[in-house]
Write a protein that binds this ligand. Structure first.
Ligand SMILES: C[S@@+](CC[C@H](N)C(=O)[O-])C[C@H]1O[C@@H](n2cnc3c(N)ncnc32)[C@H](O)[C@@H]1O
Length: 254
């Protein structure tokens, strides 16, 4: 398609069919990971926090494509996306997962133990504090940092990543050439367009409902700021991928 836009699907049914088709034509996730997603959907009130299996396929693929061996995840929930990262880096790699809620951490750790996943360390607490502490102790830099926690802190997570990854520093968070991936940066398209009306509320009431559900003034302001910071930083090469709920991707140049 030569045009520079992502076609909006006419309705939820078509969107789901396209997603399922893409899922079937992408390398499968191991069964224990898809089982955890299914279990999360069936049992967790906030299961919509999880990325989709299709997005997990993309993330595993991307991590392997860059040869990632060390990944930092900000926002772990019950450990679904974490399991994808753990798979991508392999047993000799390492994933550091940051999560605020001890309740979610307990679920994630139980699932890791049950599935013999030994290459993940979960750090409980406010990610901003955890990142600061990590930056003081980290020996080897991360290859990839995944941002998927509270939207209002996205600008801070990016500032911290850049500040704690200074060129020439012996201790740095992200390596030169390392990748940042931030989830939900389009917020059901709200970020790129007006709140009302949605591009075609009558033609696509499903999309309009989704926009309404995810609207929060503070989140919107923070995500606008984050997206601007990403593209304006001279230290990053960026690509905003308008898939899933919007993935902000940056490559650290120095
Ligand atoms: C969208 S969910 C993460 C979902 C997960 N990445 C997945 O796809 O399976 C965001 C998580 O970030 C956590 N969180 C929110 N604010 C946080 C903070 N300041 N520090 C650490 N974790 C936080 C929430 O408790 C929640 O579990």
């Amino acid at each position: 398609m030569k045009e520079n836009y992502t076609a909006l699907y006419p309705n939820e049914e078509v969107a789901l069919k396209v997603g399922d088709y893409s899922y079937e034509h992408s390398t499968k996730l191991p069964k224990h990971i898809t089982d955890h997603h299914t279990w999360g959907v069936e049992t967790q009130e906030r299961s919509n926090y999880m990325i989709s299996p299709l997005q997990a396929q993309f993330q595993v693929w991307m991590a392997k494509a860059i040869g990632a061996k060390r990944i930092l995840e900000i926002g772990t929930f019950i450990g679904f996306s974490t399991m994808g990262w753990a798979e991508a880096v392999g047993p000799s790699g390492h994933v550091t997962a940051l999560e605020f809620s001890p309740e979610y951490v307990a679920i994630a750790e139980e699932s890791f133990a049950k599935n013999g996943i030994k290459n993940v360390e979960v750090v409980v607490g406010d990610a901003k504090e955890s990142i600061k502490k990590l930056s003081e102790t980290v020996k080897d830099p991360y290859d990839l940092i995944f941002i998927d926690a509270d939207k209002t802190s996205y600008p801070t997570y990016l500032e911290q990543t850049l500040e704690y990854s200074q060129p020439g520093s012996s201790t740095r968070l992200l390596r030169p050439g390392g990748i940042i991936i931030a989830d939900n940066i389009l917020r059901r398209a709200l970020i790129a367009g007006p709140r009302y009306p949605s591009p075609s509320p009558d033609a696509n009431p499903w999309a309009a409902k989704e926009r309404e559900r995810t609207w929060r003034e503070t989140d919107m302001a923070a995500l606008h700021k984050f997206n601007d910071m990403m593209v304006q930083s001279s230290r990053l090469e960026t690509f905003l991928m308008p898939m899933f709920d919007g993935l902000g991707m940056g490559r650290l140049v120095d």
